[in-house]
Design a protein around this ligand. Sequence first.
Ligand SMILES: C[S@@+](CC[C@H](N)C(=O)[O-])C[C@H]1O[C@@H](n2cnc3c(N)ncnc32)[C@H](O)[C@@H]1O
Length: 188
Amino acid sequence: MIVDLNSRYGLNPAHSEVVDACKIIEPCDTLDMGCSNGRNAVHLGQLGFNITAIDTNPSAIDILKSIIIEENIDNIKAQVYDINNASLGEDYGFISCTVTLMFIDPARVDAVINDMHKRTLAGGYNLIVCAMNTEEHPCPVRFPFTLKAGQLREAYEGWEMIKYNEDVGTMHNGAKLQFATILARKPD
Ligand SMILES: C[S@@+](CC[C@H](N)C(=O)[O-])C[C@H]1O[C@@H](n2cnc3c(N)ncnc32)[C@H](O)[C@@H]1O
């Protein structure tokens, strides 16, 4: 029986968009950008993906490293890395960046997305989930960066759009928060 490591280590279940993406993406070299303490990386690892998990927060990376050691996991590497550098050193079949882009320096977002494009193998996938700020739904949280309507779709012009939406959700306090979600495939 496969033990659910997310439950064993008190991690939340993987982001629903990561779970959905794994239904169509075959296990491959994968980058988890802004991995926190690893809820998505651990889930992906159990599915056989080979993951590099990066976050700027050393405490979060230490927690993930302790899980890796405890469970003898050989397909997750956890590293402290500042996404603002936009200088990834390897190529990946899948790059996942869920609820992280809004913490990036707004002046670096284009460079970060361009670097993700560059580091995605032909036929590989990018998943981004990021908060938006639009006239209809002003963002109630003061994130450093928020997307405008259509901005993420434009950034992926020329890629195959597997999924794109700009859905509005409701926070625990009732406030409305709009997110853009993209799953796109780089041309072969
Ligand atoms: C809301 S959490 C999302 C975690 C995870 N992606 C998920 O879906 O649960 C955002 C994460 O982004 C990380 N982060 C923020 N700015 C970053 C940066 N410049 N470079 C790398 N990670 C960053 C934070 O430390 C935090 O762990």
